[in-house]
Design a protein around this ligand. Structure first.
Ligand SMILES: Cc1ncc(COP(=O)(O)O)c(C=O)c1O
Length: 455
C-alpha cells in the first residue's frame, strides 16, 4: 500500500500549482490559497493540513459511492494487470466494455439498448448531438441539424456542448456559440412567468419548445437537449407535467429528445435515471460522472432501438464516423461494472432517495430565514436560493457576491460545495450519514445570516 501523503510540503505544492497547473474555469487569482485535498473517506474530504470537510457535492456531483472505496481500486488494479487498454475501434472489442453495455441495457430506459462510451459529459453531449444529426442526415433530411436546449442548462464546454449550454458566461471568450444552437427558457418553477394562463406552468414552459420548433422550422430541428433536473445552472426541478408534454411535442415534430443524465443518471434523484420520475423515455441519453462514481473518467451515450436501427442500416461508406481513442476503455469500464454492482448490492439508489428526502426536509426548516427565497430538490440533489427580498424574489446585486460569501462561510464551518450565483447547491455522496446531513444543514443555517451580514 502507498501511504497517504498527509505531510506534503504545502508551500511547494501551492507554488508549483501556481507556476504550472491550469485549472477548469481558470483564473490565477483563484489559486492563491487553494484547498490541497489529499484524502477522502465516505462523505468526508481531508486537506493536506488535516482539515476535514463534508463533501457537499460529491466533488462534482460524481463521487456517488463516497471516497476510499477499495472495491473500485481493486477492480481497476485487476483489469490493469490483465489488460489496461486495448483498441475498441472496428473489428476489436474487450470484455468489460461489452459487459458494461449489456448491463446498461438492462438498467436503462426499456427502449435504450445500445451504448457508445466516451471519457466525460461534454464528449457525451457532443456524441449525442452528432448522433441526432446523423439520424436525420442518414434518412435524407440533411437540413435537420439544429439543437434546441434551455437557459440555465449545463451540458459541458466542448464547442458543441458549450453551444448547447444555456449559461451565457461560457460563450463570449471563445468566439460565441457554434451556429445551429437555440435556447428556450427553463421551467425554473421559482422564477418562470407563464404567458399562458390557460394551461399549467409546466405545460406553458414545455410549449415554449413547440413555439421554438415552429419558429425555426421543424424541418431544421434535429433534437431537444435537456437535463431532467438542471444541475450546475442552479438546480431546477421541473413541474411534473413538463417532460410528458416535451415528449409529445418532440414526437409531433420529429425531433429527437436527448436526456442529459450526466448528473441524474445512476441514482442521484432516487431513480436509476431522471426521467423515470415522469414515466418519459428519451431517444438518446448522455451520461458520465456516476457511472464510475468518479473513480475513472468514463461517459457515454445510449440510443433507442429506433435510433440504433439507422446507425446499423446505413451502408458502410456512410457509417457513423464518430470515435474516441478511449471509447470503451477496458479499465474504466471494469470500474463502471464494479460501481453498478455496489449500487445494486447496497441498494444505494433507494438510499439516495431516502437521504435526499432527509436533506430536503432539513433545508426546508431554513425557509423561514430572512433571505431564503426557495429551497428545492429531487433525490439527493438540493438547492437553496438566497434573495435580498423574499416578497418580490429580488436577487442580491451581483456585486455583493453573496453566493461567494456563502460558499466561504460554509467552508469555514466544514462544508465544501458549490454555488451558482446566489444558489447554494448540495449533492453529497449517497453514503453520507444522517449525522453528516444534520451537520450540513446546521452549517448552512449558520452560514446564511453570516454571508448576508458580511457584505
Ligand atoms: C448535466 C451535465 N452535463 C454535462 C456535463 C459536462 O461534463 P464534463 O465536465 O465531464 O465534460 C456536466 C458537468 O458538470 C453536467 O453537469
Amino acid at each position: 500500500m502507498i501511504p497517504v501523503m498527509l505531510t506534503v510540503d504545502l508551500n511547494k505544492i501551492v507554488k508549483a500549482d501556481q507556476d504550472h497547473l491550469i485549472h477548469p474555469l481558470y483564473h490565477p487569482n483563484d489559486q492563491k490559497d487553494p484547498f490541497v485535498w489529499v484524502k477522502g473517506s465516505g462523505a468526508i474530504l481531508t486537506t493536506a493540513n488535516g482539515r476535514e470537510l463534508i463533501d457537499g457535492l460529491a466533488c462534482l456531483w460524481n463521487v456517488t459511492l463516497g471516497h476510499g472505496r477499495k472495491e473500485l481500486a481493486q477492480a481497476a488494479a485487476r483489469q490493469m494487470e490483465q489488460l489496461a487498454f486495448v483498441t475498441n475501434y472496428t473489428g476489436s472489442t474487450n470484455v468489460p466494455a461489452v459487459q458494461l453495455a449489456e448491463k446498461l441495457a438492462a438498467l436503462c430506459y426499456p427502449s435504450i439498448n445500445h451504448f457508445f462510451f466516451t471519457c466525460g459529459g461534454g464528449e457525451s453531449n457532443d456524441s449525442a448531438i452528432k448522433t441526432a444529426r446523423f439520424h436525420w442526415i442518414s434518412q435524407g433530411r440533411p437540413e435537420k441539424t439544429k439543437i434546441i436546449s434551455r437557459e440555465h442548462g449545463y451540458h459541458g464546454v466542448t464547442i458543441g456542448s458549450m453551444s448547447a449550454t444555456g449559461i451565457p458566461g461560457f460563450w463570449p471568450a471563445f468566439g460565441g456559440r457554434a451556429p445551429g444552437f437555440v435556447s428556450i427558457p427553463s421551467p425554473y418553477p421559482y422564477r418562470f412567468v407563464s404567458q399562458d394562463s390557460s394551461v399549467s406552468a409546466g405545460r406553458a414552459a414545455a410549449n415554449l419548445l413547440e413555439e421554438a420548433i415552429l419558429r425555426e422550422g421543424p424541418e431544421t430541428v434535429a433534437a431537444f437537449l435537456a437535463e431532467p433536473v438542471q444541475g450546475a445552472g442552479g438546480l431546477m426541478v421541473p413541474p411534473d407535467d413538463y417532460f410528458p408534454r416535451i415528449r409529445e411535442i418532440c414526437d409531433k415534430y420529429d425531433v429527437l429528445f436527448i436526456s442529459d443524465e450526466v448528473i441524474t443518471g445512476f441514482g442521484r434523484t432516487g431513480r436509476w435515471f431522471g426521467l423515470e420520475h415522469w414515466k418519459v423515455e428519451p431517444d438518446i441519453i448522455s451520461f458520465a460522472k456516476g457511472i464510475t462514481s468518479g473513480y475513472l473518467p468514463l461517459g457515454g451515450i445510449g440510443v433507442s432501438d429506433k435510433v440504433y436501427k439507422v446507425i446499423a442500416e446505413v451502408p458502410p461508406e456512410r457509417r457513423w464516423m464518430h470515435a474516441f481513442t478511449y471509447s470503451g476503455h477496458a479499465t474504466a469500464c471494469a470500474v463502471g461494472l464494479a460501481t453498478l454492482d455496489i449500487l445494486e448490492k447496497e441498494n444505494l439508489v433507494e438510499v439516495a432517495g431516502r437521504k435526499g428526502k432527509k436533506l430536503l426536509d432539513g433545508l426546508r426548516q431554513l425557509s423561514s430565514l430572512e433571505n431564503v427565497g426557495d429551497v428545492r430538490g429531487l433525490g439527493l440533489m438540493c438547492g437553496v436560493e438566497l434573495v435580498e427580498d423574499k416578497a418580490t424574489k429580488r436577487a442580491f446585486p451581483a456585486a455583493a457576491k453573496v453566493g461567494v460569501r456563502m460558499y466561504r462561510e460554509c467552508c469555514k464551518r466544514g462544508l465544501f460545495s458549490r454555488i451558482k450565483d446566489d444558489i447554494y447547491m448540495l449533492a453529497p455522496p449517497f453514503v453520507i450519514t444522517d449525522a453528516e446531513i444534520d451537520r450540513a444543514v446546521n452549517i448552512i443555517g449558520e452560514a446564511i445570516p453570516a454571508a448576508v451580514k458580511s457584505g
